[in-house]
Design a binder for this molecule. Structure first.
Ligand code: PLP
Length: 388
């Protein structure tokens, strides 16, 4: 059987593979400390689950509108106005099967074969694969600790060619955890407007920020940038709803209509009763979001202190999300070798930087309990002392 060309260049997700390896070792009775997952370790808040259960009982079990339940599109439009100062009508919103699906739909609806999409590295590993799937060309712009792993306006400007269609911005970032300041966003917005390209702002970690850092949406910085902005967001990280598969796109109407038509012929609507859980998430108390954020903040404090005391490691200050992106250059190991050796020798699972575009780094997720963090850091310390 000959597979389609478009699929043969696609890499399987390494994050899922390492998490699966760690789970298999745990199943075999091994005491694995896993820092590999990209999901909150909390249960979905009860009022959200209750709303979905009630929707089931009310018969919300049928096909719905492909673009999403009208009440959810309206709740999302209200949220974007209140939280992000972005004025969208419900018609500008598409409810999707998670943030991943939002971004994929966007690529299909916007990118022609040969179009260039600018992606700062380190990047969330699915971005380049999605671009390639639709025949686009990922243009990777490397960043490093000298700019806090952020793309500068000059580097963005230099990467733009007549073929550039889209720039992918992810703040707070997976994997680096860095958050762009309003001033940095303003400077990037200027380049986007001047060079007349589009930007997709992946804001899935917007609620998980620390130390009073301000999370601003680039689209809120003026009329001209708003017209060139697409927002991708979802419920997975803020509300511990990873398995529910609900996300959304907010964008100019022509794009939403095109992506809705695509969805109408591919997945149809997101699970109808699950959407009622999402409505409850947005319209109910936000205390659950803040409680989880505080728990992440405490873990971040502990893990940063522990990491700073381990020889041979350095990282950017993670102001958001629940990841730390660590430079392991001092070990002279490739990131995959590092992760395999650490898992085999110390039963600690972390993710190699390679698929994030940085082979001298690893990603550590602290979406896990404090006991695992303490134990895992003891083991990482031992491992590093044997390497450097
Ligand atoms: N964007 C980023 C940066 C992510 O890290 C993730 C998930 O890990 C997503 C989007 C997609 O999230 P989901 O499809 O679970 O909503």
């Amino acid at each position: 059987m000959e597979l389609a060309q478009r699929i043969t260049g696609i890499e399987p997700s390494v994050t899922l593979a390492i998490a699966a390896m760690a789970k298999a070792m745990q199943k075999d009775g091994k005491d694995v400390c896993s820092f590999s997952t990209g999901e909150p370790d909390f249960d979905t808040p009860a009022h959200i689950k209750d709303a979905a259960k009630q929707a089931l009982d009310r018969g919300k079990t049928k096909y719905g509108a492909a673009a999403g339940e009208p009440q959810l599109r309206e709740a999302i439009a209200n949220k974007l106005q209140q939280d992000n100062n972005l004025s969208y009508a419900p018609a500008n919103i598409l409810v999707t099967n998670g943030g991943k699906h939002s971004l994929y739909n966007l690529m299909v609806a916007l990118i022609n074969p040969g179009d260039e999409v600018i992606i700062p590295a380190p990047f969330w590993l699915s971005y380049p694969e999605m671009v390639k799937l639709v025949g686009g060309i990922p243009v990777i712009v490397d960043t490093d600790s000298s700019t806090d792993y952020k793309i500068t306006p000059a580097a963005l400007d230099a990467a733009i060619t007549p073929k550039t269609k889209l720039f992918i911005l992810n703040s707070p970032s997976n994997p680096s955890g860095v958050v762009y300041s309003p001033t940095e966003l303003q400077a990037l917005a200027q380049v986007i407007v001047d060079r007349d390209i589009m930007v997709v702002s992946d804001e899935i970690y917007e609620k998980i920020v620390y130390d009073g850092v301000e999370q601003v949406s680039i689209g809120a910085l003026g009329k001209e940038i708003f017209e060139r902005t697409i927002i991708s967001n979802g419920f997975a990280k803020a509300y511990a709803m990873t398995g529910w598969r609900i996300g959304y796109l907010a964008a100019p109407i022509a794009l939403i209509q095109a992506a809705s038509a695509l969805q109408g012929h591919s997945t149809s609507n997101v699970c109808t009763f699950a959407q009622y859980g999402a409505i409850a998430a947005l319209e109910g108390s936000q205390d659950c979001v803040e409680n989880m954020r505080q728990a992440f903040a405490q873990r971040r404090q502990v893990i940063l202190e522990r990491l700073r005391a381990i020889p041979g490691l350095s990282c950017a200050k993670p102001d958001g999300a629940f990841y730390i992106f660590i430079n392991i250059g001092s070990t002279h190991l490739k990131s995959l070798e590092f992760c395999q050796q650490l898992l085999e020798q110390q039963q600690v699972a972390v993710i190699p930087g390679l698929p994030f575009g940085a082979d001298d780094h690893i990603r550590v997720s602290y979406a896990t309990d404090l006991t695992t963090i303490e134990k895992g850091m003891d083991r990482l310390d031992k491992f590093m002392r044997s390497c450097v």
